[in-house]
Design a protein around this ligand. Structure first.
Ligand code: SAH
Length: 410
């Protein structure tokens, strides 16, 4: 059995069940990629069983903090089974569900989403650490057993793989079938493609915020909606569903902006799929294949305003090291968006950067308001849906934060 001996004082975070060992904390020891190591404090006391990763700054990720635990296929199967079972605790209102959310579920580096209900459902997995890569076959079998499904598609093409010294891998790992599918979420349907879409195909983490947007649309009967970084149109569909529930579709205008043409094509299809915005519906939908920054500046120049705006940009700051530059980028788009928000209008603004904490994001948005000379109420804080859990031991799990800003009436 191989061991990792930590430097004096470096045992504290693992004693608090934080799952990572940084390269800088290690006094000696090593192993092959993904191999299980015993992590010990400087005086040899047991801390955890962990998967070793020879190239990553996060040199090991804990499987268990229990000394008598054997790390084997049966153990990993029980952890998968528990993660799947835990989803039953939440009322998710969707058949697109995150079943395994990495560290928060005791499976560091593993992401698994299920799309579709019943036996036709498909699992899509990302193996993003040396440990889960080494145990891939056992994990795939365990996941299918825990869900009763037969199909698993691998999307191990996220950038984190490189840091772990792993090459990108995609394709069917178990079974096979169509990669395009349609899921139900709240009161609407959404099509996605697990092979070509972002991440595992869809942004499941924004599910509850889309629902909130639908409720706001229903209550406020939005007339002009701007969905920036719309991807496949989730927030646009949600707004339309809310307007329909309020019988307020007639005369509404919805602009959706993204720089990805395939995403926009799906956004258009998703609106049609839900029966919104066709000929004679009285709804105007516009899709702009453009840079959000440019579009916002154009709208300012044209004096075009909105009573609801969504800003859901990609990760500007993957780590704390990028935080400063990212903060400027977040501030910029928020300042521009606030300038075209009507008095009384609503801005839903998000950051999915792990490197930008909730407090800093709040400050960024506040300073954007100051620069735009727009006064607002922060009426709600938003976050990832509960199938993307945060845990007590792993604060890094809080990556997605959102604010609902209501511009004060004139
Ligand atoms: N709100 C979406 C998810 C947004 S993900 C949902 O609910 O599903 C971020 C999106 O921003 C991606 O679709 C990406 O193509 C797009 N994007 C990234 N940079 C952009 C830019 N500068 N201008 C416009 N779109 C951009």
């Amino acid at each position: 059995m191989k061991t990792l001996r930590l430097k004096p004082g470096k045992e504290r975070s693992m004693q608090r069940r934080h799952p990572w060992v940084f390269e800088s904390a290690i006094a000696r020891g090593g192993a092959d990629s993904g191999e299980t190591v015993r992590v010990e404090s400087h005086d040899g006391a047991f801390l955890a069983w962990a998967a070793f990763s020879p190239t990553s700054k996060i040199r090991a990720r804990a499987w268990s903090f229990v000394e008598t635990q054997r790390i084997d296929a049966a153990f990993l199967a029980s952890v998968c089974e528990r993660a799947v079972r835990a989803r039953g605790l939440f009322d998710l209102q969707s058949d697109g569900v995150r079943l395994v959310h990495g560290e928060a579920d005791g499976l560091p580096g593993l992401i698994v989403d299920r799309y579709g209900s019943g036996p036709d459902g498909v699992l899509v997995a990302q193996f993003l650490s040396a440990g889960v890569e080494r145990w891939k076959d056992a994990l795939a079998d365990a996941l299918l057993k825990a869900t009763g499904l037969t199909k698993l598609y691998e999307r191990s093409d996220a950038s984190g793989r490189e840091r772990e010294g792993l090459k990108p891998v995609t394709g069917w790992l178990r079974g096979e079938g169509a990669t395009e599918m349609t899921i139900r979420e709240h009161d609407w349907k959404l099509s996605l493609d697990i092979a070509t879409g972002h991440k595992t195909g869809f942004y499941l983490d924004q599910r509850d915020s889309r629902q909130r947007f639908a409720e706001l649309a229903k209550h406020r009967r939005f007339r002009r909606v701007l969905n920036c970084f719309c991807y496949t149109g989730g927030f646009t569909v949600a707004a339309l569903a809310g307007l329909k529930a309020a019988d307020a579709l007639e005369g509404a205008e919805l602009v959706s902006v993204d720089s990805s043409q395939p995403a926009l094509n799906l956004a258009r299809a998703n609106i049609a799929l839900n029966g919104f915005g066709g000929e004679g519906s009285g709804v105007k939908t516009e899709f702009l294949d453009a840079n959000v920054n440019t579009v916002l500046r154009e709208f300012i120049d044209q004096g075009r305003t909105f009573d609801a705006i969504v800003l859901d940009p990609p990760k500007f700051a993957p780590t704390v090291a990028h935080a400063e530059r990212a903060a400027r980028a977040y501030k910029d788009i928020n300042r521009l968006a606030l300038k075209i928000l009507e008095p009384g209008g609503v801005l839903l603004t998000f950051s999915c950067s792990g490197g930008i904490g909730a407090d800093l994001f709040h400050k960024i948005v506040a300073s954007a308001g100051l620069d735009a000379n727009v006064d607002g109420y922060i009426s709600e804080r938003l976050g990832a849906a509960p199938d993307h859990p945060m845990t007590i031991e792993f604060p890094e799990g809080e990556y997605l934060k959102g604010l609902v800003v209501v511009r004060k009436p004139a």
